[in-house]
Design a protein. Structure first.
Length: 435
C-alpha cells in the first residue's frame, strides 16, 4: 500500500498495525479474488446479452402511472430476468415489497387448500415462519388449510434423503429450498447440490413444484437454481440483483404457470401481469441489474477477506477461509458479547450514511433475544450494502454481508478489527500477538 493511502486510512481511524495485518492477509487472496472476478466477468456478459436480446431501449427506462397498461419497460425487464434465469417468465415489480413478500407470494399463489408444503432443508428463514404458520399469524398458509412438513439437514449439513423420501406424500404440492444459510451456521447450498436435491424429489413425485429462496445467492455462481430444475427462483431487489440501486422490489423467475399464478395473486384474478405501474423506478432496476455481477463480486471479496482475517485472529468462521462460496454472508462466532458489539460498532463507523451513529442491542419484535444491527445504507435496510446483524445469544455469532464496492467492504472490516482492538476484548488474547 502506498504511503498516501496509508495516511488516509490513519486519518480515518485505522492504525498502522491493523493496516499491515490486513495487507498481509490480503496478499494470500490473489487467486481467490481472480476466480471471483472471472465469475463476475461471465455474469456481466450474461446480463448484457439478456438486455441486448430483449432490445432494452431508452423508452424502457421511463415509467408509467395509474394502471400501468402496456408498460414496455416493465414487460421488457421481466423478459430480461427470464433470460438471465433461463425461465419461461418472470415477475419483477416494485409492488413486491421485500424478499419475504416475494416468497409469500410465490407460496400462496401456487398452493391451494389441502396441499402440503415441504422444506427438506430444515427450518426456513425467520420471517417465513409466520407466512407458513409455524408461528401463528393472520393469513398464514396454515389458516388457509395448507399443511407444512419439514425434514432437517443431517449433522454434517447434508440432505436426509431417507426422511425426505418418507415425507413426500400424495398431498405434497410444493417444496421450498433455501439456498443461503440465512442467520444460521449451517452451510449454504451450492446450486449443484440444489440440483441433486431437486432431481431426487422429482424422481419420487415428478409434478411437485420446487421453489428456491435465492436471497443473497444471485450471481455468486455462474448458474442459478432455475438452471438445475427449480420451477421458481425467488428473491429481493434490495439484495444482490438490485445492485444497490433498486430502492424496493422483489422477483419471481420461473415456469409460465407459476409466474402467472403469482401475478394473479399480486394484482387480481383476471388482471395479472397486465397492471402495475412502474412509476419511476425502472432506470434503477435496469442499472442495478447491470451492476449486480460486479457489486456481488465486491461483497464476496469482502466476505472472503473477513473470513481470513477472523480465522487468523482465532475465531470460528462460517464458511471458513478456504471453503467455496454460494452466498455473500459471512458468519463469525465470537463466543463473546462485547466482541459482537465491538464488531457491529466497527461496521457502523465505516458507513457513508449514519456513520456517526452508535448501534446498541435492543429487543426487536419477533426475536427471542436482543439483536444488534449495523447499517448505514443509501437504501434503508438494504443488505447488499455493508451491514452486520447479530442476535445477542450464544454462540455470539455476527452475520456480516454486503459492500457496494470491495474497497468499502475492506475498510469496514479493518474498522471492525480496530474496534475489537480498541475495546480490548477480553479472551481475545491472540489479537494482541497478531497486531
Ligand atoms: C433476506 C432474506 C429473506 C427475506 O427477505 P426480506 O427482504 O428481509 O423480507 C428470506 N430468505 C433469505 C434467505 C434471506 O436472506
Amino acid at each position: 500500500m502506498d504511503t498516501e493511502t496509508k495516511r488516509l486510512y490513519k486519518e480515518m481511524g485505522i492504525s498502522d498495525d491493523v493496516c499491515a495485518f490486513g495487507e498481509a492477509v490480503l496478499e494470500r487472496l490473489a487467486e481467490r479474488f481472480r476466480q471471483i472476478d472471472e465469475t463476475a466477468e461471465y455474469n456481466q456478459l450474461k446480463v448484457l446479452k439478456a438486455m441486448q436480446e430483449a432490445k432494452v431501449s431508452e423508452a424502457c427506462l421511463l415509467g408509467t402511472t395509474g394502471y400501468g397498461y402496456g408498460d414496455i419497460g416493465r414487460d421488457t425487464l421481466e423478459a430480461v430476468y427470464a433470460n438471465i434465469f433461463h425461465t419461461e417468465d418472470a415477475l419483477v415489480r416494485p409492488q413486491i415489497t421485500c424478499g419475504t413478500h416475494a416468497l409469500a407470494l410465490a407460496l400462496m399463489s401456487n398452493l391451494r387448500p389441502g396441499d402440503e408444503l415441504l422444506s427438506p432443508v430444515g427450518k426456513p428463514y425467520d420471517t417465513l415462519e409466520e407466512v407458513i404458520g409455524i408461528r401463528e399469524s393472520k393469513g398464514s398458509l396454515k389458516e388457509y388449510g395448507i399443511s407444512y412438513r419439514q425434514v432437517d439437514l443431517l449433522e454434517d449439513g447434508s440432505f436426509d434423503y431417507e426422511k425426505i423420501q418418507k415425507a413426500v406424500n400424495e398431498k405434497t404440492k410444493l417444496v421450498t429450498i433455501q439456498r443461503s444459510k440465512g442467520y444460521q451456521t449451517r452451510p449454504t447450498l451450492s446450486v449443484e447440490k440444489i440440483g441433486e436435491l431437486i432431481a431426487f424429489i422429482k424422481n419420487i413425485k415428478p409434478d411437485v413444484l420446487c421453489m428456491v429462496d435465492n436471497c443473497y445467492g444471485e450471481f455468486v455462481e455462474r448458474i442459478e437454481p432455475t438452471d438445475v430444475g427449480a420451477d421458481m427462483a425467488v428473491g429481493s431487489l434490495i439484495k444482490n440483483p438490485g445492485g444497490g440501486l433498486a430502492p424496493i422490489g422483489g422477483y419471481i423467475a420461473g415456469k409460465k404457470e407459476c409466474v402467472e399464478n403469482a401475478a394473479y395473486r399480486l394484482t387480481s384474478p383476471g388482471l395479472g401481469k397486465e397492471v402495475g405501474a412502474s412509476l419511476g423506478v425502472l432506470g434503477a432496476f435496469y442499472q442495478g441489474l447491470f451492476l449486480a455481477p460486479t457489486v456481488t463480486a465486491g461483497a464476496l471479496k469482502g466476505a472472503v477477506f473477513a473470513a481470513n482475517i477472523y480465522e487468523q485472529l482465532g475465531y470460528r468462521v462460517v464458511p471458513d477461509s478456504t471453503q467455496s462460496r454460494h452466498d455473500i454472508i459471512q458468519a463469525v462466532e465470537f463466543q463473546n458479547k462485547e466482541a459482537v458489539i465491538a464488531f457491529c460498532k466497527g461496521i457502523q463507523s465505516a458507513a457513508p450514511v449514519d456513520g456517526f451513529v452508535v448501534p446498541e442491542p435492543w429487543a426487536m419484535p419477533g426475536y427471542d433475544s436482543e439483536v444488534i444491527m449495523a447499517a448505514g445504507a443509501f437504501v434503508s435496510g438494504s443488505s447488499i450494502e455493508l451491514s452486520a446483524d447479530a442476535p445477542i445469544k450464544p454462540p455470539y455469532a455476527v452475520y456480516f454481508q454486503g459492500g457496494l464496492t470491495w474497497q468499502h467492504a475492506k475498510f469496514g472490516i479493518l474498522k471492525t478489527v480496530q474496534s475489537l482492538k480498541e475495546n480490548k476484548i477480553p479472551g481475545c488474547c491472540i489479537l494482541s500477538d497478531k497486531l
